[in-house]
Design a binder for this molecule. Structure first.
Ligand code: HEC
Ligand code: HEC
Ligand code: HEC
Length: 479
């Protein structure tokens, strides 16, 4: 044992003498503040925050940053939008918001100072939240979350999208009636409807948008593209989830995986990771029951999917032997664009040469798979570029990302091999399309048309100026 010297022992003693009482003081202050808040209400608020997936956006940019500290950048088609710090910090977060202020943010997208928020914050969905749920959320964000005293960068969109006041007009045009409970709707279906339309904000990805980027209610949940991925049709149509059973849907929302049918990548993997897997079975079953009732919207040919035995069961942990993946670096050196050979080098170790995957379905079949059998190539291409990364309660799912090791031509070649051999033979992929998906997919009309709109607006403004100028000069001449 090392002998500590005297001054050091004195300092230590002094520190302990000071810290013990102040520790007791801190504990009693904390107890006083939390005991005045109803703990069941806090737990409920926490559950609702999970169901609303607030953490998906309001996280810190770094992986293990403090909860709800904000600063994470959302790459919207209009530009980068920074999610706010929503911890109860009075100076940097929402600590000084009253419950009424908080409600206005969630239901109208308006800050207490009157600034309009961009609909990257899904207030268009949250506006249907019941008052009691807003109350529980408010309590949780005021008393259940640690304040984080940290500034985040400002959102700075380019002109004219930087004019937040423009959102007043947008809201007037597109802010639709909030969700209200339907009288003769079965209670379970009604609960599912509420969760899908408000907290779950499923439509923000699954409903196509109109030219001005608002959800098109006539095509409710019939499928849309998000950041390169395709959020499929989840109406009850045959080209949607018409052939899925309620238990398959509920299992998908819990684990992101239904053997022989579908897996969740991209934004859906995030939604499951941070939100849906924490819901109660009852809530997930309600969502499934509601989706089966959503009026069908046909968007293409029905999927040709065979029943696979033991369908909605999660794979047994014991049989999840990791398969040796081909080192992506060895692929960079291979300048082959032969899809079949590339598939055998990069994919067959897990999905097998015949595309049937492993018998436990952990490495999924590419034959019975909505990503290869549907009407969109996006999820096949995006899975190759970004891989799949998802946590379930029982195990971790991971497919490596090949975006850096394979070029656009190679990814197109593999995709075409997969489609021709295992998938929808009517589809094909070109290198150009891969390049576009890497950038997040085609720009929406509003963004690509903006230079022309601005040009036209500029010409009109110029014409007005010239007209006024001429008028004034004429008057002078007349005088
Ligand atoms: C899909 C992403 C996303 C989700 C999910 C989301 N938010 Fe937001 N939220 C944002 C963005 C982005 C902003 C800032 C928008 C802006 O700057 O116009 C924001 C702003 C806010 C603000 C305003 C704070 C301020 O800047 O004054 C509050 C409060 C808020 N969100 C609460 C929530 C709560 C509570 C939830 C969950 C029920 C939630 N958000 C879910 C993206 C999201
Ligand atoms: C952030 C965007 C996003 C949100 C929010 C979202 N989804 Fe998804 N969803 C996707 C994407 C992308 C896919 C495709 C995933 C894949 O195949 O890799 C998907 C796939 C699905 C599928 C499987 C469909 C198929 O044919 O394979 C179902 C079912 C589903 N989502 C239901 C929901 C429900 C219910 C909600 C709301 C509680 C929801 N999603 C919210 C993006 C989203
Ligand atoms: C190390 C094993 C491994 C390798 C190698 C691999 N995958 Fe995967 N793949 C997976 C896993 C695991 C999943 C996700 C399973 C789940 O979500 O439950 C997956 C999912 C997929 C999906 C469905 C994606 C979705 O979001 O619906 C497609 C398509 C796919 N892989 C194609 C490929 C192709 C093409 C290659 C070769 C470029 C490849 N995979 C290489 C393990 C692998």
């Amino acid at each position: 044992m090392r002998e500590r010297n005297r001054p050091c022992r004195f300092v230590l003693g002094l520190m302990m003498a000071l810290t013990i009482p102040s520790g007791i003081l801190l504990v009693s202050v904390a107890e006083a503040s939390s005991s005045s808040v109803d703990q069941t209400l806090l737990a409920r608020g926490k559950y609702l925050a999970r169901a609303g997936d607030c953490a998906a956006c309001h996280r810190a940019p770094e992986e293990d940053g403090p909860a709800y500290a904000g600063g994470y950048v959302i790459h919207s088609p209009l530009g980068d939008i920074v999610a706010s710090n929503i911890t109860p910090s009075k100076s940097h977060g929402i600590g000084s918001y009253s419950e009424e202020d908080f409600k206005h943010v969630l239901t109208e997208g308006k800050r207490p100072d009157g600034t309009q928020l961009y609909p990257a914050m899904p207030y268009t969905s949250y506006r249907g939240l019941k008052d009691e749920d807003i109350h529980a959320l408010y309590q949780y964000f005021q008393f259940g979350v640690e304040p984080v005293e940290k500034d985040i960068p400002e959102t700075n969109l380019s002109f004219p999208f930087n004019l937040r006041a423009g959102m007043v007009l947008w809201n007037q045009l597109f802010l639709s009636d909030p969700y209200t409970s339907q009288e003769n709707q079965d209670a379970k279906v009604d609960r599912g409807h509420y969760l899908v339309d408000t907290l779950g904000h499923c439509g923000s990805c699954h409903t196509p948008r109109n030219a001005l980027m608002a959800e098109d209610h006539a095509r409710y949940l019939s499928g849309a593209d998000v950041e390169g991925w395709h959020a499929p049709n989840i109406t009850s149509a045959a080209s949607g989830i018409g052939s899925w059973s309620e238990s398959q849907l509920a299992a998908y929302l819990e684990t992101g995986h239904v053997p022989g049918l579908a897996q969740a990548g991209g934004g859906m993997a995030d939604a499951i990771d941070h939100s849906l897997r924490y819901l109660t079975d009852e809530d997930r079953n309600s969502i499934a029951a509601y989706l089966k009732q959503v009026p069908p919207i046909d968007t293409g040919s029905p999927l040709d999917m065979e029943e696979v035995s033991g369908s909605s069961e999660a794979p047994e942990l014991a049989v999840l032997e990791p398969v040796q993946a081909t080192d992506p670096d060895t692929l960079t050196r291979a300048d082959s664009i032969d899809g079949r050979r590339l598939y055998q080098g990069a994919c067959a170790s897990c999905h097998q040469v015949d595309g049937q995957g492993t018998s436990d379905h952990f490495y999924p079949s590419l034959v019975h798979n909505t990503a290869t059998q549907g009407d969109s190539v996006n999820n096949l291409v995006m899975a190759i570029i970004q891989g799949v990364d998802r946590q379930t309660d029982a195990y971790h799912v991971s497919m490596p990302a090949y975006g850096d090791s394979l070029n656009d031509e190679q990814i197109a070649a593999i995709s075409n091999h997969v489609l021709q051999t295992f998938g929808n033979v009517d589809l094909s992929v070109e290198a150009q399309q891969v390049a576009q998906l890497r950038r997040g997919g085609p720009s929406p009309w509003l963004v690509s048309a903006m230079p022309w709109l601005l040009g036209a607006g500029g010409l009109i403004a110029l014409a007005v100026v010239v007209a006024i100028g001429t008028m004034l000069r004429r008057r002078k001449v007349c005088r």
